[in-house]
Design a protein around this ligand. Structure first.
Ligand SMILES: Nc1ncnc2c1ncn2[C@@H]1O[C@H](COP(=O)(O)OP(=O)(O)OP(=O)(O)O)[C@@H](O)[C@H]1O
Ligand SMILES: [Mg+2]
Length: 281
């Protein structure tokens, strides 16, 4: 049993204090929720799979020069990440119509969009994550214009790269949700980096051959085979966790090495330190 005190417990993850200042431990649970928390359940093994899938995808993105919060894997359910100041805006990128986009505008699911569509949703469970415009984001100071631009540029880069990566394993990346956060250096410069997770919980992934859904929609719509679908995604990415291995890591955090200095990412000039529309992803 864990004796650590959680800093934050969300719907799918728990955040613990990391071993060094500026770090956090992200613990992936098996809990699943949908439709703004109205539907709740557990998908056995989901946390282990999402931990591995997210680690894998974040590492591949880092290789492409996209700065992320991921530092290192700790155990089957936990990863060490850089603590960021989360920008309270969810960035959704869509390649194909599905979910709330199809519903809201009365369009058919599965239509390829002429180019990637970026949408923004305010991170607010109380308000049901309403869709917001760039004007709203700047007007209310959730992000400044430079930060917004940076999030859009990074989101498109992530989409280009992940679309190709998934295509290579026979999966269509229909849409996904990203969260970004700010980190600060000693000089007060602000950097925007990718945070949270990238997993079948916040991507829509369709098998190219069969059109089968391999993501949280299986849970949302009681389609069954949720764990199997997540496992299949992990398997195709080459990161399938051995189901016979005992799950470690619910205990104390393992000691980790010294934190590498955080000094990359694109500088956003001026310090900004003080500075149902649910998206369904
Ligand atoms: N590197 C990070 N530093 C600080 N907070 C982070 C980081 N990465 C993710 N988070 C935040 O940690 C929480 C992860 O937990 P979880 O995904 O379970 O939350 P949630 O229930 O979806 O809640 P929320 O509505 O806040 O996203 C989220 O609030 C997310 O924004
Ligand atoms: Mg979340």
């Amino acid at each position: 049993m864990s004796k650590r005190t959680p800093l934050y417990e969300g719907k799918a993850k728990v955040l613990y204090e990391g071993p060094e200042p500026g770090t956090l431990i992200q613990h992936f649970k098996d809990d699943a929720t949908a439709f703004n928390n109205q539907k709740r359940g557990t998908v056995i093994g989901k946390g282990i799979l999402n931990n591995r899938i997210s680690e894998y995808l974040m590492l591949r993105l880092e290789e492409m020069g996209i700065e992320t919060h991921f530092i290192k894997a700790l155990n089957m359910r936990e990863q060490l990440v850089k603590a960021v100041d989360i920008i309270p805006v969810e960035v959704v990128v869509r390649n194909v119509t599905a979910g709330s986009l199809a519903k809201r505008f009365g369009v058919e699911e599965g239509m390829a969009l002429p180019r990637p569509l970026i949408e923004f949703y305010l991170k607010s469970d109380e308000l049901g994550d309403p869709m917001v415009s760039e004007e709203h984001i700047m007007m209310f100071g959730w992000a400044d214009p430079l930060e917004l631009e940076e999030m859009k540029v990074q989101a498109i880069r992530v989409n280009d790269f992940l679309s190709g990566l998934f295509l290579g394993v026979g999966i269509k990346l229909v849409d996904f949700k990203l969260e970004f956060g700010r980190i600060f250096d000693e000089d007060g410069n602000v950097y925007i980096i990718l945070a949270d997770e990238i997993s079948p919980d916040n991507c829509r992934l369709w098998d190219i051959q069969t059109g089968n859904k391999m993501d949280k929609d299986r849970f949302r719509h009681d389609m069954g085979g949720v764990e199997e679908a997540y496992q299949e995604v992990a398997k195709r990415l080459g990161v399938l966790v051995d189901p016979n291995k005992p799950v470690s890591g619910d205990g104390k955090p393992k000691k980790v090495g010294k934190k590498a200095p955080v000094k990359t990412g694109k500088t956003i000039k001026s310090p900004v330190g003080d500075a149902s529309n649910n998206n369904d992803i």
